[in-house]
Design a protein around this ligand. Structure first.
Ligand code: UDP
Ligand code: MG
Length: 233
């Protein structure tokens, strides 16, 4: 398997089919063997049925259903565990990023182990953009990092990176920083970003900001406690 797309889905019924179509067009330009993994995080809007039909019609699509809503970090974690590709492209299930941009990220592999997208033309409204700016600044200040857009949904990983994460609830917001702590090389590249066409955001700006604020200190703790042993040759 050359590449796996990993997509968390919570009530994205109108986005699923257009998304698969666009990912396939994009992947077929550069990859012979690929898989599209959907992790359904307890949707109750009909996404469940749409995914089941899709899985039966399309051998490139793999679907895993959680028994109940367990959070975006959990869905990403499950997708990372199931992924078989040498590369893993993480994307949201809402088409706010363009699967074609995988080729922009790909230019930095193999030199880098993680290529994080940065939403260059961010379409999210003033409040979200401001919260994101403050959040990224604060996170970088506390954790000593320089990633500008940790929340960008489009990220490309080498397989070994996704297999090394030990995920916790909320940690999907820190994937580039955590990869660096583990010794991987990470870079950040501008990608396109669009408004949601269908469905709604699953987060409130304030609620998320508060949770992420607390998590920043957990991430710093991890950095300070990371084991970095090496056996003498
Ligand atoms: N999501 C999920 N479980 C949740 C909340 C969100 O799997 O409990 C998925 C959601 O379907 C989407 C992605 O995570 O694919 C990001 O969510 P959203 O687009 O609402 O976040 P935003 O883009 O507004 O930051
Ligand atoms: Mg979104």
């Amino acid at each position: 398997m050359e590449i796996s797309a990993v997509i968390p889905v919570y009530n994205e019924k109108d986005n699923i089919l257009p998304m698969v179509e666009r990912i396939e067009v994009a992947f077929q330009k550069g990859f012979k063997k690929y898989e599209i993994i959907f992790v359904n995080d307890g949707s109750n809007d009909g996404s469940y049925e749409i995914l089941n039909t899709l899985k039966m019609e399309n051998p490139n699509v793999k679907v895993y259903h959680f028994i109940k809503n367990s959070g975006q970090s959990a869905a990403i974690d499950a997708g990372f565990q199931k992924a078989e590709g040498n590369l893993v492209l993480m994307m949201d299930g809402d088409l706010q990023t363009d699967p074609e941009d995988v080729y922009k990220l790909l230019e930095y592999i193999p030199e880098y182990d993680v290529v994080n997208g940065r939403r260059a033309t961010r379409e999210d409204g003033f409040k979200r953009k401001l919260a994101s700016k403050i959040g990224n600044g604060f996170r970088n200040f506390v954790t000593g990092d320089n990633i500008q857009d940790t929340g960008c949904p489009l990220k490309l990983f080498k397989k070994e990176v996704v297999k090394s994460y030990k995920m916790f609830n909320g940690m999907h917001r820190f994937l580039p920083t955590l990869a660096k702590y583990m010794g991987y090389k990470v870079t950040e590249i501008p990608v396109r970003h669009y408004d949601r066409l269908h469905g709604e955001s699953k987060y409130r700006v304030f609620g998320r900001g508060f949770k992420a604020f607390k998590d920043v200190f957990a991430v710093r703790w991890m950095k300070n406690r990371m084991l970095t042993w090496k056996i003498e040759e």
